[in-house]
Ligand binder design. Sequence first.
Ligand SMILES: [Zn+2]
Length: 361
Amino acid sequence: MDKIALTNVRVFDGQRLLEPATVVIGGDRIGGDRADARTWDGGGGVLLPGLIDCHVHLTDDATLTALARNGVTTALDMGTESPELVASLRGRPGVTDVRSSGASATSPASAHAQRMGRASGLVADPDEARAYVARRVAEGVDYIKIIIDLPGFDEPTVRALVEAAHAHGLRAIAHAATSGAVLLGQAAGVDVLTHAPLDRSLEDAAVRRTRTSGEAVVPTLTMMEATAERLRGIAPVSYDVARAVVGDWYRAGVTVLAGTDANQAPFAPASPPYGSSLHHELELLVDAGLPAVDALRSATVLAAQYFGLADRGAIAAGKRADLVLIDGDPLADISAVSKIAAVWCGGIPVTDVPNQTAETR
Ligand SMILES: [Zn+2]
């Protein structure tokens, strides 16, 4: 594979932008001797670690390409029915790298299950919970996704899912889009809450508990904004509630991670686009109270750390060469993240990005 010396780039080191410097891309890794590398002038642009979207639903090749072109080099699937589809999208060179929960666990009594009208992933009681997790483990999933949609699951069933996940060394991620679902998830000991309540704010105690129990949150404000808009006048929901809860979580010291819920499911209340929605999510996180640096961290270093992706999330020698070159300073204006100049997925330049011409030294 080509070795490239990317010159004149300002690296985001997880805290600040460094002075213009050279980053060597040696095969699929960052680093190495630049002696035999082609030089590529980065034009003074800002180099970010490849972005991580902590909540998508897998669809097909085209959506992986859309993610990659928008700088999302890792996507964490939070619910895909077909293990064959997941397997076919894993480990593809030159596009977004994926992790997956496989099918999500749903109570047969929930509106979610009825809306989706599906047979797989239904979990009625603790015994079925253990069997469900064992099936996902056999498929090779990376974590367990639980849809807490009330009325539906009871606490013993969610707890059984969480305990079975933990017994297999996997994290349990809970869909919780109402304050009641957040409380049930917390009581059952889930590791990650995804979405944010649209119905009513969390009491201070619940906000603090998110912090003290070490839960991370993936608010998917992009999805909550679109859902609230869709349900306006139909259900008692408000985007302002979700936005305020995210601000409360952040100020309480909760780990906030970036995710969008990008999907193409016909039953979903909204379908954020793949890739570009993560840029919007970062803007919404800033609007909710995160400093730009923490919004960037939520989609890079923190996401990698929290999900155990030790080989990415930072620009350092030996890490996977997942890189995004952008035109503008995202710490001054987070919307600069959408000004993509070039993307590398595991050292492979993503095609059809308006790159500068490479010159040979
Ligand atoms: Zn989702």
